[in-house]
Design a protein around this ligand. Structure first.
Ligand code: ZN
Ligand code: ZN
Length: 114
């Protein structure tokens, strides 16, 4: 199957697939990892997306200091519910969301242990 030619993109930071990001995530309104509306943010790096002849580089942002487990989990199940690729277990976006969730759990445990 041929990928869409409208959006071709180089892999972003932290294994992020730029084509899977929403417009709100590209504009920095929402966390690029979990999709939560940002209040505090930290820079993740940039992704470059080409639409026809136009190359646009977007800085990506994530929850600061980390995505909460609640937000990360909601993002993961929210994505998986509507994703064909996740059902066969071959979805990079689903994997990234689960990774964000595991990172959030580790972070919470680390804070709770202190
Ligand atoms: Zn987040
Ligand atoms: Zn998926």
């Amino acid at each position: 199957m041929k990928r869409s030619e409208l959006v071709t993109a180089a892999p972003g930071p932290a294994g992020i697939d730029p084509a899977a990001l929403t417009r709100e995530q590209l504009l920095g309104w929402r966390c690029a990892l979990c999709g939560t509306l940002l209040t505090g943010d930290r820079p993740l790096g940039t992704v470059t997306i080409s639409q026809g002849p136009t190359l646009t580089t977007y800085p990506l942002w994530a929850c600061d200091p980390n995505c909460t487990t609640e937000n990360a989990w909601r993002a993961a199940i929210g994505h998986a519910a509507g994703c064909e690729a996740c059902r066969t277990g071959e979805c990079a976006t689903g994997q990234r969301l689960l990774d964000a969730y595991s990172a959030a759990i580790r972070q919470e445990h680390a804070e709770g242990a202190g």
